[in-house]
Design a protein around this ligand. Structure first.
Ligand SMILES: [Zn+2]
Ligand SMILES: [Zn+2]
Length: 102
């Protein structure tokens, strides 16, 4: 991890704590129980660790409801790109969430 600065890690942890204290509803799957803060605009693409660039998301332990590891699924997409991309998956959204096991 080159050029990762401690001050960034601190800023991120503090913002994450504030964010999750406010809401733990995952911005990616919509279920509660989010344990981490994902960047709307990834840091690698110029995003900041500010609260306005962070959204609650499920981390490596996954969502207790749908089982997704939302933070990892999102990868380096922005939140908008992630949501748009889900519309192009093989999932048949017209069948509704139950039919797709979501
Ligand atoms: Zn989630
Ligand atoms: Zn979920």
């Amino acid at each position: 991890m080159p050029r990762r600065r401690d001050v960034d890690a601190y800023a991120y942890r503090r913002a994450r704590a504030q964010l999750l204290a406010h809401s733990d509803v995952c911005a990616l799957c919509g279920h509660a129980g989010a344990t981490t803060a994902d960047h709307d605009i990834p840091v690698s693409r110029g995003g900041t660790h500010g609260l306005d660039n962070l959204v609650p998301a499920h981390g490596t332990e996954g969502c207790p409801v749908c089982g997704r590891c939302c933070n990892q699924e999102k990868g380096d997409k922005t939140l908008t790109e992630f949501r748009a991309g889900r519309l192009n998956t093989s999932v048949d959204w017209y069948a509704g969430p139950e039919a797709n096991g979501l």
